[in-house]
Design a protein around this ligand. Sequence first.
Ligand SMILES: C[S@@+](CC[C@H](N)C(=O)[O-])C[C@H]1O[C@@H](n2cnc3c(N)ncnc32)[C@H](O)[C@@H]1O
Length: 284
Amino acid sequence: MSQTTVSREEAINANIYVHAFLANAGEYNKSPHFRPENKEKVRNILLRLTAACREKNKVIDFGCGTGFMIHLMHDLFGEVHGVDITQDMMKQVDLSSGNVTLHESMAESTPFSADTFDFATAYSFMDHLVDYRAFLQEAYRVLKKGGVFYSDLNPNRDFIMAIAGAEKLAGGVLPITPIVHREIQGALHNGEHYEEHYGMNAELLEKAEPIKTHDKGFSAVEVLEAARAIGFSDCRVEFEWFLGQAKVMHEQSRADADTVEQYLNAVLPVSSHLFKYLRFVFVK
Ligand SMILES: C[S@@+](CC[C@H](N)C(=O)[O-])C[C@H]1O[C@@H](n2cnc3c(N)ncnc32)[C@H](O)[C@@H]1O
């Protein structure tokens, strides 16, 4: 399930429209992943992954947007390179650290030589592509041997399919709780939400996220197979943000959320449909 009905050109134009719209409306940096608890989580992952890096000269962030990753890792590397197609997003990147360079380029075909980077990141990005395999190929090409690729916040197909199943039951025998209702809206009707609240074209939002809209997210097994076929040597997937985790964190406690998370991790892959996102870590 990786063929979409959106052409690459349509996806690019839709991405530029949607992201310029959100950036210029001052809405993009209000996305949930900018919340402090998520930033802390990502920073800790970066510290864990970079601790094992032999060199930390150059990092590339694919689909850098307004600089979510750049701001969390500019102190960890000598040079930070951000790649994106939407100028209106990139103009909000904080360049004050002095070691950040931005490139207006397609992530699937960058201007860099092979074997350039020690580390590569792609956050909330891969589902915006029509062909994620072509992108993984490019990430592999520009990484040095031993370099690490870290991609996060990739929608989990198992979760979206479970939510689609829940929607079919809505109004039937089983009551739908507010938490599940919210996920039905976010996972399956995001376009309508943005059209209603911000006047954004819903069809274009769906075209900007072809893998979420048409493939219903990523299959962990399929992505791992693709990465191995490209040549990555060590390929790992982690599951994150279980359904309702933020609510448990805020309304109960961080300790309760950690206990549930540990338990669900202990019963993977049976529990995979309860995690919203997939995190991939591949070594070249
Ligand atoms: C959801 S945003 C993520 C931005 C940032 N990584 C973050 O976590 O906030 C996706 C970004 O990918 C960019 N993008 C979409 N398709 C792209 C492509 N083929 N090549 C490079 N950038 C692309 C969009 O312009 C947008 O800035």
